[in-house]
Design a protein around this ligand. Structure first.
Ligand code: SAM
Length: 369
């Protein structure tokens, strides 16, 4: 029986470009997520807390409120300066920005006078959360290059790095070494084909991986975007600025476990793992875990010293101390109201997302760059 599935215009465009030459998976992922017309993040149909992808921000406003408490603490530590510039990258429609800003305005009046909020997001849906229309303290740039040098006091991003396009590679055994998995075409169907490594930078990175216990056919992915991203970001941070990165991932010792034979790349559609990385480009999310050892190494090279790497649950639990105390004082032994119950439920959800959900806090040290 011949299959007669209709190709979408996006699939046709991808197939046409593959006729010229196979794409690296990184090129494919960049198209699938960020194509200006059809990319998954560009054309997301149902943004909001019910969006197709699910993050700490989707849980509710609790994450943003805790972040507002954190930012207030950093502002105070810095001596409560008259202006304090926060930069969020990859905030999609700006839900977290709206949660953070509204919490700052509700809870910290003095800080609300100082806060300037910059968003860097490449999606055309950037900062379209309707709650943001109430505030004038924010502005949007589509690229880090548009942010002035040494202007940022605090940078943060949630699940940005896992959305950076990655190379997909396969270990062929000691004799043949690593090959790259390219996206090719077989009878009108996108498929993976082994080919040469596409760059010497990729080849160099792969020499860092201990392959001694790998079986031939071991697949993993390599994120080469982190170094150029940090090189662009770091000079935009002030001396002693803080950088906060939330994402899922692990150190290299557990990332490249011999048992993780297929790597960490995942595709999600309608909140379900789809199992086929190349299916329905533009309609499914593609994401790879973060190698936090690599992030730390590259950060140090860019003049950013790591202050902590810990599970998100521990970090948020510390931040929740004051809001929970305030809630307790307010309730004075009476049963929690609906709002408090909802907040507690969100907090429980945020702190039970599992050990892979991590936060890395870094400090820009101008002298070391
Ligand atoms: C997984 S989503 C996370 C969205 C949001 N931070 C959250 O937690 O719900 C990744 C976001 O990063 C954005 N993004 C990816 N690379 C980017 C870049 N280089 N500059 C700005 N935004 C980027 C994407 O457009 C997308 O909105």
């Amino acid at each position: 029986m011949s299959h007669t599935r209709q190709l979408s215009p996006f699939e046709r465009e991808i197939q046409r470009s593959i006729l010229t030459r196979p794409l690296t998976f990184k090129e494919y992922m960049a198209l699938a997520l960020y194509h200006p017309q059809w990319g998954y993040y560009t054309a997301q149909k149902a943004p909001g807390r019910n969006a197709d992808f699910f993050t700490s921000v989707s849980v509710g406003s609790c994450f943003g409120e805790l972040l507002a408490h954190y930012m207030h603490g950093i502002w105070q530590e810095a001596g409560s300066p008259e202006t304090f510039t926060a930069l969020e990258q990859g905030g999609h429609i700006g839900m977290l920005a709206a949660d953070v800003i509204s919490s700052i305005y509700a809870n910290f009046p003095a800080f609300s006078k100082a806060i300037r909020f910059l968003a860097v997001e490449r999606s055309a849906l950037a900062m379209t959360d309707p709650r943001l229309t109430e505030y004038s303290c924010w502005s949007l740039a589509h690229d880090l290059q548009d942010i002035p040098q040494e202007s940022v006091d605090l940078f943060f991003a949630n699940e940005l790095i896992d959305a950076f396009p990655v190379h997909r590679v396969i270990w062929q055994g000691p004799e043949h070494g690593w090959a790259e998995l390219h996206v090719s075409l077989q009878e009108d169907v996108l498929t993976f084909a082994e080919g040469q490594l596409s760059s010497s930078i990729l080849a160099d990175r792969l020499t860092d991986i201990d392959v001694s216990n790998f079986e031939p056919g071991y697949i993993t992915e390599i994120n080469l975007e982190i170094a150029p991203w940090l090189a662009s970001l770091s000079p935009r941070l002030k001396h002693n600025a803080i950088m906060l990165v939330f994402d899922y991932g692990m150190p290299d010792s557990t990332y490249y476990l011999p048992s993780r034979r297929e790597g960490t790349l995942q595709s999600y559609q309608n909140h379900q793992r789809s199992g086929n990385l190349l299916a329905n480009p533009g309609e499914q999310d593609l994401t790879a875990h973060v190698d936090f050892t690599h992030l730390q190494v590259e950060a140090e090279l860019a003049g950013l010293n790591s202050r902590r790497l810990e599970e998100q649950s521990r970090f948020l639990t510390r931040l929740a101390h004051n809001p929970l105390k305030a809630m307790e004082d307010r309730l004075q032994g009476t049963a929690p109201d609906k709002k408090s119950l909802s907040w507690i439920r969100q907090f429980q959800q945020l702190t039970s997302m599992g050990p892979n959900f991590k936060v890395m806090e870094l400090l820009r040290n101008v002298g070391s760059a």
